[in-house]
Write a new protein. Structure first.
Length: 153
């Protein structure tokens, strides 16, 4: 198990975060199971729960439309289980830059379930107040999508 856990910590998670930082969500989605379940804390336009790559992709699209950039950084990665079914908890910080240059720094965890190396579930636990402020700011900048209900499927 040590080799698998080490690979997930040192290769898989940094690769996922690099793809997201560069706006390459299609590469993250390619690593997901077809019925991936994605959820995020809160009732902001980025909260709620979705099922499937298409819905998860729509969520990524909304996030990228509402921000100028995101730069998640993993601080600690915990891996348990086997390649058949593993749980990965990533403790992160994410400075999100709005379209006017304002930065909102959020912290939280991503909890992923992997089945044979594919992402089966992803849950984002974050500071809801930071997300709410960032969404309100995006709406004030003229992005009405920031006031919409969460995307669900």
């Amino acid at each position: 198990m040590f080799l698998f856990h080490s690979f997930v910590r040192r290769v898989t998670v940094p690769l996922l975060y690099r793809h997201v930082s560069r706006g390459r969500c299609w590469l993250v989605l390619a690593m997901c199971a077809g019925d991936v379940r994605n959820s995020a804390d809160g009732d902001s336009c980025l909260g709620g729960a979705r099922v499937g790559r298409r819905s998860y992709g729509a969520w990524f699209g909304r996030m990228f439309r509402l921000t100028a950039s995101i730069r998640p950084r993993a601080h600690r990665v915990e891996v348990t289980g086997s390649p058949l079914r593993a749980t990965v908890v990533v403790h992160w910080t994410d400075p999100v830059t709005a379209h006017d240059g304002t930065v909102f720094e959020n912290t939280g965890t991503h909890t992923l379930t992997l089945r044979w190396g594919r992402i089966a579930t992803v849950h984002q636990a974050w500071d809801r107040s930071v997300v709410a402020r960032a969404c309100a700011h995006a709406a004030a900048l003229g992005y009405p999508e920031a006031t919409e209900r969460p995307l669900t499927s």
